[in-house]
Design a binder for this molecule. Structure first.
Ligand code: MN
Length: 735
C-alpha cells in the first residue's frame, strides 16, 4: 500500500507548489474512516482510493482532484458526511466527493437495461465538475484492474458496463490511454479466449519482427538527425481490443491486418512535424491517400497529429504518426492533459491558449446547466454532442428507448410495441400531458395512453421519423380502409342477392372465390366496395345459372331511374329561403381588383371564402377567380402577367353564398339523393344543379353544384356526406 510520503512525492514531482499538508490530512482522514474495511482481494479497503489517486497523479491533476480521489468512497462507505468533508477540506473538495458519492450509488443498480440510465445520471453529475468524471474513470480503471477478485457474474456485468459506457466516454473526452486500458481489461474479462489469441499473435509478430522494427527505427532516426531534427521514435503496437474490433468490423483475419505496426515520432515544434513528413516523403515513396493533417484540422476531441504511410526500409509498409510532445499528451490524456485544473501550469499562457475543443465541449455543457438550471436542457446539449443524431427516452418503468432525432411520442409508442403505437391516443412527457406530435428530447420519460380498437390516422405516416412506425401506420390504415370498403361491399352484395331473390351466406361466397380470382371473402367484398367488381358478377359466380342481370343496358337504365325516382336532375334545384347566391350582376367581394373589369368565379367549381385565391386576367373578358389549388391554373403557368394578387373582402354582416362543386360517389340505391338533399338542407346550403354520371351498376357519381357561405361551411357538408354509409367518396372540384 502506498505510504503517505509516497503520495506527496508523486504529486510534488509535477507540481512543486502542491499543498502537502492538505494531501496528508486527506490520507489520514480516509485511512481512519475506512478503518478495517477490506476489499474483495483481502487488501485493506484504503488501498483502493490510494491507487485511484495514484492513477490521477500519472495524469498530473491538481491537488483538489487528488484529494477527492483519496476521499471518494468515504461518504458512501463510512460514517463520514458531506458536512464533515466540507468543514475539514473546504466546499470545493466536498462538492467533488459528493458528486462521486452520487455516481457510486449508481454502481449498485445492476441490470443491464439500466446502464443507459446510469450513463445519463453520470453525465448529469459532470455538471458539478469535470473532475468528478475524471476521478470516476480512474476509480473504474482501478476496479477493472482488480476485477479478477470479484465473483464471475458481477465481473461480467461490470466489464460490459465499462465497455458500453465508461470506455466510450473516456474516448469522447480524448483520454485515449484510459480508453485503451478500460477496453482491453473488459475484453479480457468478456472474451478471454479471443483476447488470449490476439495477445499471442501480437507477441509472435513482435518477436518475428524485432530486427526489422529496430532497423526501421534506426533509419528513421538517422534520416532525421542528418537534417538536424531530434525525434523520439517509438514503435507503436495496436491494443488487442482494437485489433479485435477491426477484425470484427471488416470481418478479416489477423494476417490481413496491415497496420499492426506503426511508428510514432515526437518532435519539438509544429514546424518540425511538417519538416519530418517532408524528409520522410523524399526518402521513401509514400502511399497515396494516406497522408492526413490533423494539425490544421484537429479531430472533434482535439486530437492533433500528422499521419502518413510510406513504403519504408525492407519494402515494408510503415504507418507513421508525427506530433509534438504537447499534442501527444492531449492524444493520450485528452481533457486531463489540459492545464486549466493544474495548479503548477496555470500561469503558463501557452498552455492556457490551447484550450481544447474537448474542454470547450465539456465546459459549454456545464455552463448550460449552470445557466438553465434544468437537467433536461443539459442532457439535450451533452447528448446531442455525444450522439448527435439520437434521442434517449425512457418508459415509466425505466426501459431505455433510443430514437432518431425529431422522433415523437408516436415513434416512441411504436418502438415499445406495434399495438401500443396503433392504439395510442395520448401521451404524457415527464408526467405532463403532451401532444402526440411533440418532438421528444433527451431524457424524456414518456407514457403512452392507449385505447383498444383505434386506427392510427393516415396523416401520422408523414409525421413520424422511424421506419418502424411508418410501416406499421401504413399497414394499419390500409387494413382499416380495406375494412371500410369491405363493409360497403357487403351492403352492396347483400342488396344484389336480395334483388335476385337468392340465398346469401359467407360460405356460399367462399365457394365462389376461385371463379372471382380473389383470396378471401373480405378481399372480394372490398373489391366490390371500391367498385372494382360488380355485385351482379358476385351473384353470378355463386349462382352460375342466374340469368336476369344479363340484360345489362336495360337494367342499368332502369336502375338509374329507379334509384333516384327522378326524370330530370334539374328539377331538384332548390334554394335556401332568403339566401341570395352571388352572380355576375353583383359585386364580388374581392380586394386587389382595379377598374371596372367584370369579375366571375372559375366556371368549374368556383371559390369560397377561406380558399386562397388567385385572379386570372383575360383581356377583353375580365377576371376569373380561382382557388389556388385549382388544376386549371396550370394553363396560365407561363403567363405570369395574367396573374393578379387578390384577397377576399368579406362583409361580416352579410350572408352571401358562393359557388362550389362536389362529386359524391354513392351506392346505387333508392333514397340516396334524398339523403344528400337532406344533408344540404340541414346545412342551409343551396343546390344549384345536379348531374349523374354512371360508371358501374353499383355506383353513381353525383355532381353537385352548390352554394355555401365559406370553406368551413363546405367542409362541414363534405364531412356530413362522408359520414353516410351509402357514400363511398366525396371530392371537391376546384375551378
Ligand atoms: Mn471506488
Amino acid at each position: 500500500m502506498m505510504r503517505q510520503y509516497e503520495l506527496v512525492d508523486r504529486v510534488r514531482k509535477y507540481n512543486p507548489h502542491a499543498d502537502e499538508e492538505l494531501l496528508n490530512r486527506a490520507y489520514v482522514y480516509a485511512m481512519k474512516a475506512h478503518g478495517a474495511q477490506k476489499r474483495a482481494s483481502g487488501d485493506p479497503y484504503f488501498s483502493h482510493p490510494l491507487e485511484v489517486a495514484a492513477i490521477l497523479t500519472d495524469l498530473k491533476l491538481d491537488d483538489a482532484t487528488i484529494v477527492a480521489a483519496v476521499l471518494h468512497d468515504t461518504i458512501e462507505d463510512t460514517s463520514s458526511t458531506r458536512e464533515e468533508i466540507d468543514q475539514i477540506f473546504g466546499r470545493e473538495i466536498g462538492a467533488l466527493v459528493d458528486g462521486l458519492t452520487k455516481l457510486k450509488k449508481l454502481d449498485l443498480v445492476s441490470k443491464r437495461a439500466e446502464q443507459a440510465e446510469n450513463f445519463r445520471k453520470l453525465l448529469l453529475a459532470i455538471a458539478d465538475d469535470v473532475r468528478v468524471l475524471v476521478v470516476k474513470l480512474a476509480d473504474r480503471l482501478h476496479n477493472m484492474r482488480t476485477l479478477h477478485f470479484v465473483p464471475p457474474d458481477k465481473r461480467k456485468r461490470i466489464a460490459e458496463e465499462t465497455l458500453d459506457i465508461y470506455a466510450p466516454l473516456a474516448g469522447r473526452m480524448g483520454m485515449q490511454h484510459m480508453r485503451d486500458e478500460l477496453e482491453n481489461l473488459s475484453f479480457k474479462t468478456l472474451m478471454p479466449e479471443a483476447c488470449a489469441m490476439i495477445e499471442a499473435r501480437l507477441a509472435d509478430l513482435r518477436m518475428k519482427n524485432v530486427a526489422l522494427i529496430s532497423k526501421i527505427e534506426d533509419e528513421l532516426r538517422e534520416a532525421l538527425s542528418a537534417r538536424g531534427i531530434v525525434a523520439d521514435v517509438k514503435g507503436r503496437e495496436k491494443a488487442p481490443y482494437s485489433v479485435w474490433k477491426k477484425m470484427e468490423r471488416k470481418s478479416i483475419a489477423f494476417e490481413q491486418l496491415s497496420d499492426i505496426f506503426g511508428f510514432r515520432l515526437l518532435v519539438g515544434s509544429v514546424e518540425d512535424c511538417y519538416r519530418v513528413v517532408g524528409i520522410i516523403h523524399t526518402k521513401w515513396p509514400f502511399v497515396p491517400g494516406r497522408f492526413k493533417d490533423y494539425i490544421s484540422t484537429p479531430k472533434q476531441n482535439d486530437y492533433r497529429s500528422l499521419h502518413t504511410t510510406v513504403v519504408g526500409p525492407g519494402r515494408q509498409r510503415v504507418e507513421l504518426q508525427v506530433r509534438t510532445e504537447d499534442m501527444h499528451d492531449i492524444a493520450e490524456n485528452g481533457i486531463a492533459a489540459h492545464a486549466l485544473y493544474k495548479d503548477g501550469r496555470a500561469n503558463d499562457s501557452d498552455a492556457l491558449s490551447r484550450e481544447s475543443r474537448a474542454y470547450r465541449w465539456l465546459r459549454r455543457t456545464i455552463e448550460l446547466l449552470a445557466e438553465g438550471d434544468s437537467p433536461e436542457e443539459f442532457l439535450e446539449h451533452t447528448k446531442l454532442e455525444l450522439f448527435h443524431d439520437q434521442v434517449f427516452c425512457f418508459t415509466p418503468k425505466g426501459r431505455l428507448i433510443a430514437l432518431p432525432r425529431g422522433a415523437t411520442p408516436i415513434d416512441f409508442a411504436y418502438a415499445v410495441h406495434t399495438d401500443v403505437g396503433n392504439n395510442a391516443v395520448g401521451a404524457k412527457i415527464n408526467g405532463r400531458i403532451a401532444p402526440l406530435l411533440s418532438e421528444l428530447a433527451n431524457g424524456d420519460e414518456v407514457e403512452v395512453a392507449v385505447a383498444v380498437g383505434q386506427v392510427p390516422p393516415a396523416a401520422w405516416e408523414s409525421l413520424v421519423v422511424t421506419g418502424k412506425a411508418r410501416s406499421a401506420i401504413r399497414r394499419a390504415t390500409r387494413d382499416a380502409v380495406r375494412e371500410q370498403y369491405a363493409g360497403l361491399g357487403r351492403q352492396i352484395v347483400t342488396r344484389a342477392f336480395e334483388r335476385a331473390g337468392k340465398a346469401f351466406s359467407d360460405d356460399k361466397l367462399k365457394g365462389a372465390l376461385p371463379r372471382l380470382a380473389r383470396q378471401n371473402v373480405e378481399d372480394m367484398l372490398a373489391a366490390v366496395g371500391r367498385g372494382e367488381m360488380f355485385s351482379g358478377d358476385v351473384v353470378k359466380a355463386v349462382y352460375p345459372d342466374f340469368k336476369e342481370e344479363r340484360k345489362a343496358g336495360v337494367a342499368a337504365q332502369k336502375s338509374e331511374a329507379g334509384w333516384f325516382g327522378l326524370k330530370k336532375a334539374a328539377s331538384l334545384v332548390f334554394k335556401v329561403p332568403g339566401a341570395e347566391v352571388l352572380d355576375d350582376s353583383q359585386a364580388i367581394p374581392i380586394r386587389g381588383l382595379g377598374g371596372d373589369l367584370p369579375v366571375r368565379f372559375a366556371p368549374n367549381g368556383g371559390a369560397v371564402p377561406g380558399d386562397r385565391i388567385v385572379g386570372i386576367l383575360t383581356p377583353g373578358e375580365g377576371i376569373t377567380i380561382y382557388p389556388i389549388q385549382s388544376p386549371a391554373l396550370m394553363d396560365f403557368d407561363d403567363q405570369p402577367e395574367r396573374w393578379l394578387d387578390v384577397r377576399w373582402d368579406i362583409d361580416e354582416d352579410r350572408r352571401d353564398y358562393f359557388p362550389a362543386r362536389l362529386i359524391v360517389t354513392a351506392i346505387n340505391e333508392p333514397g340516396t339523393l334524398g339523403m344528400i338533399a337532406t344533408v344540404l338542407g340541414d346545412a342551409s346550403a343551396n343546390i344549384d344543379h345536379v348531374e349523374f354520371i354512371s360508371h358501374s351498376p353499383d355506383f353513381r357519381d353525383i355532381v353537385l353544384d352548390i352554394a355555401v357561405l365559406d370553406l368551413a361551411h363546405l367542409n362541414g357538408i363534405i364531412a356530413q356526406l362522408k359520414a353516410k354509409p351509402v357514400v363511398s367518396k366525396v371530392e371537391r372540384v376546384n375551378g
